[in-house]
Ligand binder design. Structure first.
Ligand SMILES: C[S@@+](CC[C@H](N)C(=O)[O-])C[C@H]1O[C@@H](n2cnc3c(N)ncnc32)[C@H](O)[C@@H]1O
Length: 288
């Protein structure tokens, strides 16, 4: 619908200078690959805080960073003196970058597949998967693998969000309009993003530039976001997968942004899908 597309475009233009979708630091991080990697590396303090809050073990443990990309976080686990750290990802190019640029003693990187982890059964104490599970095509299959590779008593920490999170489609820079994907079809959403990306007032991110620094003309021309990129799982879908995983689990939903009034909304079944900012899930392999 052209009216919805134009309305969304205008809203995006209005909000593009705001910090609604992302902070100044996040905007700077999107300028090039190196800045993005440095920004990701800074996320480690958030991950370590969650590791401590939920009682996961790193010191002396065999640790897996599941969905490690180019290892921006992985190598940093070494600070906590683990027995071993392994980073795996389905993205072979990212793993090659990690092996090239983040080789640290005791830290290894391997390519995994969507159905199999390249890890021996019952060989890990701790699995951390940060900002990954919204991308996982078959979360139930991957969790079955996690169950296989964890030792009894081993724990897993997942940090992710559901599909009705205000910015779930990962269209950060072109679409700073919260819940845009809830209000219009994906086709309209992507057309509005395409329009934004070609506007003279818009500064493209490094994801939208080709190797020569020119704007890719074919960005946002798909009809929908492929589920091989984002699985579009709601919080309740993740809960069902956790429930069927054979692992004990607890879910901690965080409110959206620094808006305290959204906190009570997180206990309401449907409403929480819209107002959560992030979730941490802690899963444990029982001693059978
Ligand atoms: C947003 S990145 C997060 C990277 C890293 N955890 C960090 O925080 O910097 C998501 C990563 O998940 C990976 N991924 C998606 N599905 C996966 C799967 N089934 N198994 C392993 N990695 C996967 C992607 O290739 C991508 O590198």
């Amino acid at each position: 619908m052209i009216v919805a597309e134009l309305a969304l475009y205008q809203l995006a233009r209005l909000l593009s200078r705001s910090q609604v979708a992302h902070s100044t630091e996040m905007k700077a991080a999107l300028r090039d690959q190196a800045a993005n990697t440095a920004y990701r590396a800074d996320e480690m303090s958030r991950v370590l805080a969650a590791i401590d809050r939920y009682g996961l073990r790193i010191q002396g443990a065999d640790v897996l960073d599941l969905g490690c990309n180019d290892g921006a976080l992985t190598a940093q686990f070494a600070v906590r003196q683990p027995r071993s750290v392994l980073g795996v990802d389905v993205d072979a190019k990212a793993i090659a970058r990690a092996q090239r640029e983040r080789a640290v003693p005791g830290v290894e990187y391997r390519v995994s597949t969507t159905t199999q982890l390249p890890v021996a059964s019952e060989s890990l104490d701790t699995i951390v998967s940060y900002d990954v599970f919204e991308h996982v095509e078959k979360p139930a299959v991957l969790l079955a693998e996690c169950r296989r590779v964890l030792r009894p008593g081993g724990k897993m920490l997942i940090g992710s969000w559901g599909w009705y999170h205000p910015f779930a489609p990962h269209l950060w820079s072109t679409m700073p309009v919260p819940w845009a994907h809830v209000f219009v079809s994906e086709r309209t959403l992507l057309r509005a993003c395409h329009r934004v990306s070609l506007s003279p007032w818009y500064t493209p991110t490094h994801f939208e530039l080709d190797a020569n620094g020119n704007r890719k003309t074919n960005a946002y021309t798909e009809e929908s976001i492929p589920t091989s990129y984002l699985n579009k799982y709601f919080v309740r879908d993740f809960e069902r997968v956790f429930m069927d995983s054979g692992l004990t689990w607890q879910l901690d939903l965080q409110p959206f942004g620094a808006v305290p009034w959204t906190k009570p909304l997180l206990s309401l079944p449907v409403v929480r899908e819209y107002f959560h900012g992030y979730f941490w899930a802690v899963l444990e392999k029982p001693h059978s």
